[in-house]
Design a protein around this ligand. Structure first.
Ligand SMILES: NC(=O)c1ccc[n+]([C@@H]2O[C@H](COP(=O)([O-])OP(=O)(O)OC[C@H]3O[C@@H](n4cnc5c(N)ncnc54)[C@H](O)[C@@H]3O)[C@@H](O)[C@H]2O)c1
Length: 504
């Protein structure tokens, strides 16, 4: 019975503290050990203090608090963990120190006890290899703050016994967290799936398509991300994130999809870490982010001759705005002052030339973003200022925010989403995780509004593949190659969220 297992927690820092609270609250006896004198007791006091506040707010009874406190005990030495059925390690992120600890733990615990590591970046198999019984070792990766981040990754190392994975899933789900199972691969599941937001965001800024603030605004307001990639990088600290980006790229044997940006090292050298140094992608004044002032929209041009591509997704909405601002719709692009196109995947220049439209009078609006949200207006390489301003004025005429960007196949949103979906298919393809675990962990661990494959289905797998292909065509960069897993589903007309086919 998993609810009788005593859980040892080694390391009583930020993560250890949260892990103690999670299991003690769920009814498990917990023993906490830390090499720093007094640290384990301090962690337990901290948890008790948090829970006392819950009692004051009426969210916990005094009796429940008492029994939770009685379940949390300090282990004075490693020996005191001998009766634990599971020991979870949350100590410093250092392979040698973790291996030494696991070796020492094996000498203390019963032969069938499970040893789990909360490592974020080390290979669990390398830690397990220090043990006489590597089959009892697995990863159990929580997110900070543990009680609030309701997902944990159970990492099956190469030699981990399936029963060990099963027990870790049971105890974690008994504690109210969703446990997802992942292979021992770089970034495990959540941090792997979250790569695309950063790599593609950085790439867009590197290519001078848009500023960091523009990318954040479009992804947050246009697509519903809680934070944009640059806001997240500033929060985590670029000193930390740059190491994670480099390490995942190296661990994936320099897979181009994860290639870090050349923009990052000089910024790290200059100390532009983000919030913690008061300067990063944004400046901070007393912790408050200073945002660039939005440019006011120009006044609408009366009698503007407007042509809208017949296949434009938002054609009716453009016509409505045109009618409200006194613009006149013309039937041939050569008669227009302004031509609006809405390409999927393609850039504005290519689209205008393919349709025989004068590129100095052509702009594109991203069809991926719902029309009632922030709009992305993309220029050709030669859009005239008058056409740009007329388009800006038209799109802002009903009060919506507009982001103007330079030409790029896939705008901002299409590029980022297609990259996220492609990486997700590359998690499922080699069996790193199941579709269901991938989808739920990305929502709970990263706070995305949809699972990545469900998002791909919403847009259309064929469109996702087309965006990637266009980007690949434009750059010949292998980071944009669609996975065979994605292409097969496109060819078969299947959605991405499907029960997995049996493997041989
Ligand atoms: N902080 C996060 O956001 C986060 C998220 C997920 C995973 N992790 C991982 O969790 C682990 C712990 O991270 P943290 O942020 O809680 O660190 P932390 O620095 O807050 O705490 C580490 C604790 O471990 C103790 N310690 C160090 N060596 C020890 C040893 N040999 N035996 C016993 N105790 C020892 C330290 O005294 C300290 O109290 C790391 O592996 C980290 O990568 C951290």
């Amino acid at each position: 019975m998993t609810d009788k297992i005593t859980i040892g927690v080694v390391g009583a820092g930020a993560m250890g503290r949260g892990i103690i609270q999670l299991y003690a609250q769920a009814g498990f006896p917990v023993r906490s050990f830390d090499t720093q004198p007094g640290a384990a007791a301090k962690a337990i006091d901290h948890v008790a203090g948090m829970l006392r506040r819950s009692v004051e707010r009426g969210k916990l009874t005094a009796e429940a608090l008492q029994s939770i406190v009685a379940r949390m005990n300090v282990a004075e030495g490693l020996d005191a963990l001998s009766g634990c059925g599971i020991v979870i390690e949350a100590i410093v992120e250092d392979l040698t120190i973790k291996r030494d600890l696991f070796r020492a733990l094996e000498a203390v615990v019963a032969s069938d006890a499970i040893l789990a590591t909360n490592t974020s970046s080390l290979t669990v198999s390398e830690i397990a290899a220090a043990c006489a019984r590597p089959e009892r070792v697995a990863g159990l990766h929580f997110f900070n703050p543990v009680p609030l981040m309701k997902v944990a990754e159970v990492v099956a190392a190469v030699l981990t016994a399936p029963a060990v994975v099963g027990t870790l899933v049971s105890v974690t789900e008994a504690a109210g967290h969703r446990a997802v199972v992942t292979a021992d691969q770089p970034g495990f599941l959540v941090n792997h799936a979250g790569r695309g937001l950063y790599t593609e965001g950085l790439r867009i800024v590197e290519e001078q398509i848009a500023s960091a603030a523009d990318v954040d605004d479009v992804l947050r307001e246009g697509l519903g991300f809680r934070m944009g990639p640059f806001e997240l990088l500033d929060l985590t600290g670029l000193d930390v994130s740059s190491r994670v980006m480099a390490s995942i790229y190296e661990q994936f044997q320099q897979e181009p999809r994860f290639r870090p940006s050349s923009l990052v090292p000089p910024r790290v050298a200059a100390g532009l870490f983000g919030r913690k140094t008061g300067n990063g992608w944004y400046r901070y004044d007393d912790g408050r982010q200073i945002r660039p002032e939005p440019k006011p929209a120009p006044a609408p041009v009366s009698d503007l001759k407007l042509w809208v591509a017949p296949d434009a997704d938002h054609a009716a909405a453009f016509r409505r705005l045109a009618a409200q601002t006194g613009a006149i719709e013309v039937l041939r692009p050569e008669d227009a002052d302004l031509a609006i196109v809405q390409p999927w995947g393609q850039d504005t220049t290519t689209t205008s030339l393919a349709l025989g439209i004068d590129p100095t009078r052509c702009v594109a609006v991203d069809p991926l973003i719902a029309f009632d949200r922030r709009r992305t207006l993309m220029l050709t390489a030669v859009t005239a200022p008058a056409a740009r301003d007329a388009a800006h004025a038209l799109l802002a005429s009903d009060g919506r925010a507009v982001t103007i960007i330079n030409d790029s196949s896939g705008f901002i949103a299409q590029r980022v989403i297609a990259t996220i979906v492609n990486i997700a298919t590359n998690i499922v393809q080699p069996g790193i995780a199941s579709v269901a675990d991938l989808e739920v962990s990305v929502q709970l661990g990263l706070g995305y509004p949809h699972g990545p494959l469900a998002w791909g289905d919403k847009i259309g797998p064929g469109r996702i593949a087309a965006i990637l292909r266009a980007q690949f065509e434009a750059t010949h960069d292998p980071r944009y190659r669609p996975t065979p897993w994605l292409l097969r589903r496109v060819d078969l007309g299947l959605p991405l969220v499907t029960p997995e086919a049996p493997r041989c």
